[in-house]
Write a protein that binds this ligand. Structure first.
Ligand SMILES: [Ca+2]
Length: 637
């Protein structure tokens, strides 16, 4: 059979015979530029362009109108636009932890941002290790932020690595490769990072009046200006996508290189980045595959969209597979492109835990239309003051608007404690503001997603069912990594914890006696879920007063903080506050969590926080103005 290669060889012979250059013959035959088929052992070059923080809403080929992104749009015209690409973590460090290992960060204990929990590096390779082993020149010209202990972030990239972009031999990573060596180059563009929306001033050339706001934001001039500022930043990012591609073209590599463009999570503007709602995780993903590699086309022809679910955890596994390497068993994603392509996953899993100084724990599972969210700390609002997030003027303006009593059911929800479960039709309601969890017509889908979430949590050994501080303590006491601990049923009976958490989140008074019994458990994690269960019963927990009072002197701080707060809730304010006061002024361990809890408690804790400040204790925290410093600011003391 005449294949493309033999055809080309014949063309060449023919062209030599009649004295024409081979390229000219090829051009005549195809009517377009020459395009050699890959050689027998040839592997594709891969350029992976990542931009910081911009979700789909900021990219015009995804329907965004606030910013114009001609370079990404052009790439989509020449390539394939994925419509169902989602980040697992919604924020940088745990996302990058997931990328570098090909493992969900919750399966390694590397999800809290920031932390440096170690993993067994003898068992878990980083994907650039595998690309290099496959013969690739692998460089990363920018960010690492892997959030993993026991190995320096830069060393997987080698000497050309961290410097990549400005490494020896040129500005871009591919320019320092050996002759004939396939390359994998990352260009991470920081122009669209959240920080570009910080501070005063608007976006040059962008009209605030034309900004389309998420429906959960109140329509305030400061917020519109902040959107405009960020839109301008996104446009600067897009210009860098263009200059990166231009550099590739200038080096004659455009028709030899698979170009992948995506953002590193959703965002930005409060309630997107860091949150597993659609605006925090739904990311643009555009892949241009040169004709030479058309056997890898994910759809009939360039310019088309692809509606396959792509989770970020799928990416490293796919890159290794495309490079002709063998993805290791540790990788938990699915190859979505190339000859090693695997069946499409049915669901995408997202997770949220501590971000900087603020604690939270949320799991979310979704298909192409519906998302189910479980709030493991519903007693805290989603919108907790976080120093970095409050640097964008829109955030404090939104908070002030709320504190002034001007928000409504939709725009105020961010600042209030949450329900235990949420369920959204993400197609009809991209902003995830219509919680359909109690809609009878969705009962079956909700049950399906709940079951899928539990199965996935078990499959991944989800480390989040024990509070972070307890998790770290338990691993340390047993001299193991969190990775090892969660895979040991004695140390981490996950299914028991899943059940205990579900019962606590149910807020059903019939479980009161079980919670009281649980407070006497030898296992502090069971005691934790028991006090959470009682806490969520609110005044209905009053019958368990004696057990709750006793729990205020539990050996675990996590338990006595919640017990004291629960005492306040059941009307024993004096006793509860006395316990918290003792912890705050007695130099208790676990101060971060205590500061969080005193903030969640609201006005009842204000006198204590005032006293704390009077004692000259800090208004500055590790990340800027501390939680208490912020409370002092907004309450004027
Ligand atoms: Ca980022």
């Amino acid at each position: 059979m005449l294949n493309k290669q033999t055809l080309r060889r014949r063309d060449f012979i023919k062209s030599v015979a009649i004295g024409l250059p081979a390229a000219a013959v090829a051009l005549n035959l195809s009517g377009r530029s020459a395009c050699a088929a890959p050689g027998k052992n040839e592997r594709p070059n891969i350029l992976w362009i990542t931009s910081e923080d911009n979700g789909v809403s900021w990219v015009s080929c995804y329907g965004g109108t606030n910013a114009k992104t001609p370079a990404i749009d052009q790439l989509a015209k020449e390539g394939f636009r994925y419509t169902q690409c989602f980040d697992n973590a919604a924020v940088c460090a745990p996302t990058r932890s997931t990328w570098i290992t090909g493992m969900y960060a919750i399966s390694n204990g590397t999800q809290p941002m920031r932390s440096r929990n170690a993993i067994p590096h003898d068992k878990i390779k980083y994907y650039p290790d595998l690309l290099k082993a496959a013969g690739y020149h692998a460089t990363n010209g920018g960010k690492t932020d892997y959030n993993i202990g026991g190995r320096s972030d830069g060393d997987c990239w080698g000497s050309a690595g961290k410097k990549g972009k400005k490494g020896k031999g040129g500005r871009y990573g591919w320019q320092s490769r050996k002759k004939g060596q396939p390359f994998f180059t990352i260009i991470n563009i920081g122009d669209s990072h959240e920080s570009r929306a910080h501070g005063k001033g608007g976006g040059a050339g962008k009209d605030p009046a034309k900004m389309k706001l998420f429906s959960y934001h109140p329509d305030l001039p400061v917020i519109r200006e902040n959107y405009a500022k960020y839109a301008a930043a996104v446009e600067r990012m897009d210009a860098k996508v263009k200059s990166s591609i231009d550099a590739l073209k200038a080096d004659g590599l455009y028709d030899d290189t698979i170009i992948v463009y995506n953002s590193d999570h959703g965002g930005v503007m409060a309630r997107s980045k860091r949150f597993v709602y659609s605006s925090g995780i739904h990311c643009p993903l555009v892949i241009r595959i040169p004709e030479k590699w058309k056997q890898f086309y994910p759809a009939a022809k360039p310019g088309m969209t692809v509606d396959r679910i792509v989770s970020f955890v799928d990416m490293p596994k796919t890159w290794v597979s495309l490079a002709g390497g063998e993805p290791p068993d540790t990788m938990q994603g699915t190859v979505f492109l190339g000859k090693g392509i695997e069946p499409e996953p049915k669901y995408h899993l997202g997770f949220r835990e501590r971000a900087d100084e603020r604690y939270d724990c949320v799991r979310m599972i979704r298909d192409k239309q519906y998302s189910y969210h479980k709030n493991y700390m519903p007693y805290a609002p989603a919108g907790q003051y976080l120093a970095y997030l409050w640097k964008a003027p829109a955030t404090p303006a939104w908070e002030k608007h709320h504190r002034d009593g001007k928000t409504n059911e939709v725009t105020g929800r961010f600042f209030r404690p949450r329900v235990s479960e949420e369920f959204y039709d993400t197609v009809d309601d991209f902003d995830n503001v219509k919680n359909l969890i109690n809609e009878p017509k969705h009962k079956e889908k909700i049950a399906e997603l709940k079951a899928a979430l539990r199965a996935k949590q078990i499959e991944l050994f989800d480390s989040g069912l024990i509070p972070e501080t307890m998790r770290v303590r338990r691993a340390k006491a047993n001299n193991v990594t969190i990775y090892e601990m969660i895979r040991d049923k004695e140390l981490y009976p996950l299914e028991t914890y899943l059940d205990a958490a579900d019962m606590a989140l149910d807020r059903d008074k019939k479980n009161l006696a079980t919670f009281v019994r649980g407070l006497a458990s030898q296992d502090e994690c069971i005691r934790h879920w028991s006090i959470v269960g009682l806490h969520l019963l609110d005044k209905d927990a009053a019958d368990a007063e004696a057990a709750i009072a006793k729990a205020m002197s539990d050996p675990a701080d996590e338990v006595n903080i919640m017990a004291a707060w629960t005492m306040v809730k059941i009307g024993k304010q004096k006793e509860g506050l006395a316990c918290l006061h003792k912890m705050l002024f007695g130099g208790a361990k676990g101060n971060d969590l205590l500061h969080n809890a005193l903030d969640w408690m609201g006005d009842v804790a204000l006198p204590m926080i005032k006293e704390y400040h009077k004692a000259g204790k800090g208004k500055r925290g590790k990340y800027g103005t501390s939680i208490f410093g912020h409370i002092a600011q907004i309450n004027g003391f």
